[in-house]
Design a protein around this ligand. Structure first.
Ligand SMILES: Nc1ncnc2c1ncn2[C@@H]1O[C@H](COP(=O)(O)OP(=O)(O)OP(=O)(O)O)[C@@H](O)[C@H]1O
Ligand SMILES: [Mg+2]
Length: 428
């Protein structure tokens, strides 16, 4: 009697040398069905991801509390960003409930997005705010440097590349990418160049702004997706709708406050209207001035009115004072002092900074006028010698940085480990 071949319990194909079957308790499965099952399960995963994205709504206070762990001060900017992200989530919920036919309570109201422009001096945490936000939000998030962008067809990144990256972050899931957040860094550097020769094209200034307009405003943008999954028509590009993508732009706009001040505080009057200048030195604080920025002030930086108009919310960042800089050195989760203490601990050395040393370092950073950005290089300079020598010495227990060491007046204090007493041979 001929022995009957086993068949795949799912598709019924007969087992052979080319079609091996994996046996289970009650049946068996072929390779093709395993692959198919894998695809089905991963598509469930994608659905779950989307559900997670729409999952628990982090409240503005919660978002701000998370930002507080990494960023010192900048409360106004943090509050504005937390509200913006929260509203973004709410719109996501609102829209998806409307798709599902549940949105009747709110009628046909379409909630528009409010893009944000972060303005503040260099090194005060604009990029840090954006990258921290990226870590804590549950939607795809990319940071794009506006200075690397050029108008399509010219050397540099196309504006569309931002969407390619967003699609990457969203694991190729178009629906997820369409709900992402894009941070456009250094927008003050894509100014239209005033001395553009007649007849030449301004491909990195106004050209980029024009290209960005289309994206920021919301339109269907064709995005290449070579080597990634293709759309239904099996083409090499997909369409992304940017209507729901939240754009946050950031720039230092150096000297912006002078324009605002000129507008608000006429030269020969000591008292300006609108601003509270009853403080010590009659000069309104920078954050307050930046908060009073109007589109016209930004136009002076070569931003075209259409571009400015698409960022209705302005979030000013304040300059960092000595106290803030000291806090930045020691308090955030990955504070600089903590980072270097970890580095030294690898070699068994306890690194300590006296509080006077921290003040001295902060003062040096203020003189450099680059915000908190200068702190790392100041510390690197101070620690260069011990970082060079200590790993080979091996007998140093602690390294103490005091104010005079920061000033370079004395060398850094090192405490050596006490050598263990030589063990006495016991007499028998
Ligand atoms: N408010 C802050 N809290 C904690 N760290 C900060 C803060 N501001 C700046 N830093 C530190 O300084 C570094 C530089 O800051 P960041 O890159 O955010 O500056 P920026 O505002 O984007 O400046 P630029 O306009 O020059 O791009 C950060 O990596 C961070 O370590
Ligand atoms: Mg920056």
């Amino acid at each position: 009697m001929q022995k009957q071949n086993k068949k795949c319990s799912f598709c019924g194909i007969e087992a052979s040398i080319d079609v091996p079957l994996i046996a289970g308790n009650d049946g068996q499965i072929c390779e093709a069905c395993v692959v198919l099952a894998n695809q089905v399960v991963s598509s469930w995963g994608k659905k779950k991801e989307l559900a997670e994205m729409q999952g628990p709504l982090p409240k503005p206070v919660e978002i701000k509390a998370l930002l507080d762990e990494y960023i010192i001060g900048q409360n106004l900017a943090k509050e504005i960003l937390s509200v913006a992200v929260y509203n973004h989530y709410k719109r996501l919920k609102h829209e998806s409930s409307q798709i599902g036919g549940l949105g009747s309570a709110s009628g046909n109201v379409e909630i528009g997005k409010s893009n944000i422009l972060l303005i503040g001096p260099s090194g005060t945490g604009k990029t840090l705010l954006a990258s921290t936000l990226a870590k804590i939000v549950g939607v795809p998030f990319v940071v794009a440097d506006a200075t690397t962008l050029t108008q399509a067809g010219y050397v540099g990144d196309d504006v569309e590349n931002i969407l390619v990256r967003l699609l990457d972050v969203a694991d190729g899931h178009i629906g997820k990418a369409e709900w992402g957040i894009v941070y456009l860094d250094e927008v003050d550097k894509i100014a239209r160049s005033p001395e553009q020769a007649f007849g030449t094209r301004d491909v990195s200034g106004e050209g980029v702004q024009q290209a960005l307009l289309r994206l920021v405003e919301g339109s269907q943008v064709k995005v290449p997706c070579k080597g990634r999954r293709k759309d239904a028509n099996n083409t090499d590009s997909v369409m992304i709708d940017t209507r729901n993508i939240l754009f946050i732009a950031g720039g230092a706009f150096p000297g912006l406050e002078k324009h605002v001040e000129k507008r608000l505080v006429p030269a020969n009057t000591a008292i300006g209207f609108h601003l509270d200048i009853s403080r010590s030195n009659l000069k309104p604080p920078l954050e307050e001035l930046l908060n009073a920025t109007e589109p016209d002030d930004l136009k002076r930086f070569g931003l075209i009115p259409e571009f400015i108009g698409r960022f209705p919310i302005l979030a000013p960042l304040e300059p960092l004072d000595i106290d803030a800089l000291i806090q930045i050195l020691t308090e955030p989760k990955n504070a600089l002092v903590k980072q270097y203490q970890h580095l030294f601990a690898y070699d068994g050395v306890n690194l300590e900074f006296t509080s006077e040393a921290l003040v001295e370092i902060a003062e040096k950073a203020i003189i450099r006028n680059t915000g908190a950005r200068g702190l790392r290089s100041i510390i690197e300079n101070i620690l260069r010698k011990p970082m060079f020598e200590l790993p080979t010495r091996g007998n140093v227990e602690a390294c103490i940085i005091d104010a005079s060491a920061v000033k370079g007046e004395t060398t850094i204090k090192l405490i050596e480990r006490e050598e263990p007493e030589p063990v006495q041979q016991k007499a028998h």
